[in-house]
Write a protein that binds this ligand. Structure first.
Ligand code: DC
Length: 237
């Protein structure tokens, strides 16, 4: 089973790139950020303070999470917690604000890293996150580290939020939230956002999504499995 690991900060274009890349390669797509977000949503809804590490770790250990393919070529997925579709709830500003705190809890990461390994090695996957090439799949077949300048990432995030109908959030608020998450994600003791030594770094600030995908496809060529030759064997009985 082959793994393409895509790491990078929020807004670097990971999700769209990883989804389209998975569709091009015929691989499954795993959004590990959605898993950290789901634990955060459960903690918030349970009224837990982010300091309740043992309780939050327990939520991570028993997460009834399901990814359901959207059924189109964009590879978009719906995320379910039990029977409930939480795809939109996972993207709320409240979850955005708290998720880095949840992701910094070592016991939470322990449970989620294990879950990601289990899912990932169940099939060919493009896996996106922060620590995929360094911690979750250090032996990934291809490792990509995406970067982009803060201004550019904030503008992209705001455009996504506007497209989802958010008219209130300002560019300054998005910029501040991304910068705060960069700081927390980069500084935590366990699984910080870090480029693996053998990862290929791509700056997406001035690339279109199509250009990003094309560039990464160039590094994945050896993973594209040729259709097997039909083979007829004449074996005497
Ligand atoms: O990619 P995203 O913005 O949905 O990620 C949400 C948060 O989860 C982000 O602040 C960092 C954290 N995260 C992580 O710590 N490790 C991962 N593999 C993926 C996400």
């Amino acid at each position: 089973m082959a793994i393409v690991a895509i790491d990078g900060p929020a807004g670097s274009g990971k999700s769209t790139t990883a989804r389209l890349l998975a569709a091009r390669l015929g691989f499954l797509y795993l959004d590990t950020g959605a898993i950290y977000r789901a634990v955060t949503l459960r903690a918030l809804e349970a009224g837990l303070p982010m300091t309740a590490e043992a309780e939050i770790a327990q939520l991570a250990a028993t997460l009834p999470l399901r990814f359901v393919a959207g059924g189109d070529e964009t590879g978009r997925q719906r995320v379910f917690l039990g029977e409930r579709d939480v795809s939109e709830a996972l993207r709320s500003m409240e979850v955005n604000r708290r998720v880095s705190e949840v992701a910094a809890i070592a016991a939470v990461r322990g449970h989620l890293v294990e879950a990601q390994r289990r899912i990932g090695r169940g099939g060919n996957h493009v896996v996106e996150g922060r620590d995929i090439g360094t911690v979750v799949f250090p032996d990934a077949e291809v490792k990509i580290f995406l970067v982009a300048d803060l201004e550019c990432r904030a503008a992209r995030r705001l455009a996504e939020m506007r497209a989802r109908g958010d008219r209130e959030t300002t560019l300054a608020a998005v910029r501040a939230s991304l910068a705060a998450r960069d700081r927390l994600d980069g500084a935590r003791a366990v699984g910080p956002l870090k480029k693996a030594e053998d990862a290929i770094e791509i700056d997406t600030s001035r690339l279109t999504i199509t250009e990003q995908v094309e560039r990464i496809m160039g590094f994945c060529e050896r993973l594209v499995v040729k259709a097997p030759q039909s083979h007829v064997e004449n074996r005497p009985r």
